[in-house]
Design a binder for this molecule. Structure first.
Ligand SMILES: *[C@@H]1O[C@H](CO)[C@@H](O)[C@H](O)[C@H]1NC(C)=O
Ligand SMILES: *[C@@H]1O[C@H](CO)[C@@H](O)[C@H](O)[C@H]1NC(C)=O
Length: 323
C-alpha cells in the first residue's frame, strides 16, 4: 500500500509572482517632420535605460547617439553616451526605428539625441530643453524587523493572486456530478468547446478523489456529502473499468459524461491513470475504515478485484493488494 501512496504525494504549489511596472514615457506616436525624434524611453535607476527613436533614412551610414547628464547635471563633456542601433524600417515612410539599451546607469537627469549622417549633425533635444528623466520614487526597504517589507511605489499593478485553495476546492466540487451526467462523473472542465474538456480523465478524477479522501480523514471528518461524492466516484470508476473502450485496455484515458468510453482519437493507453485510480480507491478504503464503520462497503464494493488487477500487472509491488 505504501508503495502506491508514494507514487503521487500531492503537493500544493503556491506561485508568488511579483510585478514591477515601469511604464515608458511616450514622446511621439508618429514619424516627425524633423530628421530625428524620440518615440519613447524608459529609465530604471541603476538598471536600464532603453528607448526608441524615429530616424529619417537619409543615407546608408548613420550614427545615432543618446547623450545624458547625471543627476548633478554633469554631461561629462558629452561623453555620457549610449549608441542606438537600427531596429526596423517603418513602412510607407522614409523613417526607421532605432533603439537603444544601455548597461546600468546609476543616475540620469536629462538627455538628448544626436544624429550624424552625410557629414551633418541633427539633434532632438526636446525644443532645446532636453528630455527630463523622472526617476520613480526609490524602493524603500524596512529592515528593522526580521522579515523585511519592501514597498514599491507607484505601480498601479494589475496583479491578481493565484486562486486560493478554497476557490480551487469549490471549483473541483462544482465539476462533480454536473446535471444529466452519470453519477460520479468528474469533469476535468465544464468547458464543452474551445477546448472541450467535458470528460472524466481517469487520472484527473483519481487525483480529485484522492484530495476528497484525504479531506474526509482530516478537515471534513465524517462529512456525509464527501462520502457520497466518493462513493459516486467509485461507482463511475468501476463501471468505466468494465466498459468496452477503443483500445479495450484498462489504460483508456478518458470517458464521457454518461459513463461510456470516449471513442475519438486520443493518446492511448495512458498507464498512469489506472494506477492513480487504484491509489485513490485504497485511500478511500483506508479512510472509510478509519472514520466510519462502513466495513461492508469497503470489503464488498472496494474489494481489490475492482481496481487492482491492471495495476498489479503493470507494477511488481507485492504489498499493493493488501488493504
Ligand atoms: C519637453 O519639454 C517640455 C517643455 O517644453 C516639457 O514640459 C516636457 O516634459 C519635455 N518632455 C519630456 C519627455 O521630457
Ligand atoms: C487518517 O487519520 C487518522 C487520525 O484520525 C490517522 O491515524 C491516519 O493515519 C490517517 N490516514 C491517512 C491515510 O493519512
Amino acid at each position: 500500500m505504501k508503495c502506491l501512496h508514494t507514487l503521487f504525494k500531492k503537493q500544493v504549489l503556491f506561485i508568488l509572482v511579483g510585478f514591477s511596472y515601469v511604464s515608458a514615457t511616450v514622446v511621439s506616436t508618429s514619424p516627425p517632420t524633423s530628421k530625428v525624434k524620440v518615440q519613447s524611453y524608459d529609465y530604471v535607476a541603476g538598471k536600464s535605460f532603453t528607448g526608441k527613436i524615429y530616424v529619417k533614412n537619409i543615407d546608408l551610414t548613420k550614427v545615432v547617439s543618446v547623450i545624458y547628464s547625471d543627476a548633478t547635471g554633469d554631461w561629462n563633456n558629452n561623453a555620457n553616451l549610449v549608441k542606438a542601433a537600427f531596429s526596423e524600417s517603418i513602412s510607407d515612410t522614409s523613417y526607421e526605428f532605432w533603439t537603444f539599451s544601455s548597461s546600468p546607469i546609476s543616475s540620469i537627469k536629462e538627455f538628448y539625441i544626436k544624429y550624424d549622417v552625410s557629414g551633418k549633425t541633427y539633434y532632438d533635444n526636446n525644443g532645446s530643453v532636453n528630455y527630463v528623466v523622472t526617476t520613480p520614487p526609490p524602493i524603500t526597504t524596512t529592515s528593522s524587523s526580521p522579515t523585511s517589507t519592501v514597498t514599491e511605489t507607484p505601480p498601479t499593478s494589475t496583479f491578481t493572486a493565484f486562486p486560493s485553495e478554497g476557490i480551487s476546492r469549490s471549483a473541483m466540487i462544482r465539476n462533480i456530478n454536473p446535471p444529466e451526467a452519470a453519477k460520479g462523473f468528474i469533469a476535468t472542465s465544464l468547458s464543452t468547446s474551445g477546448p472541450d474538456y467535458y470528460y472524466s480523465w481517469t487520472r484527473d478524477s483519481a487525483l480529485d478523489s484522492y484530495v476528497m479522501a484525504n479531506d474526509y480523514n482530516t478537515t471534513l471528518k465524517g462529512d456525509a456529502t464527501i462520502v457520497g461524492l466518493l462513493k459516486d466516484y467509485v461507482t463511475y470508476s468501476i463501471n468505466a473499468q468494465s466498459t468496452s473502450t477503443a483500445c479495450n485496455c484498462l489504460g483508456e484515458p478518458k470517458f464521457n459524461a454518461d459513463g461510456s468510453s470516449f471513442t475519438g482519437a486520443w493518446g492511448i493507453p495512458q498507464n498512469d491513470g489506472p494506477a492513480e485510480r487504484g491509489s485513490s480507491f485504497i485511500l478511500i478504503a483506508v479512510n472509510l475504515l478509519k472514520q466510519s464503520s462502513d466495513d461492508t462497503y469497503v470489503t464488498g464494493t472496494l474489494k481489490p478485484g475492482n481496481f487492482i488487477n491492471y495495476f498489479s500487472v503493470k507494477f511488481s509491488c507485492n504489498r499493493c493488494g493488501h488493504i
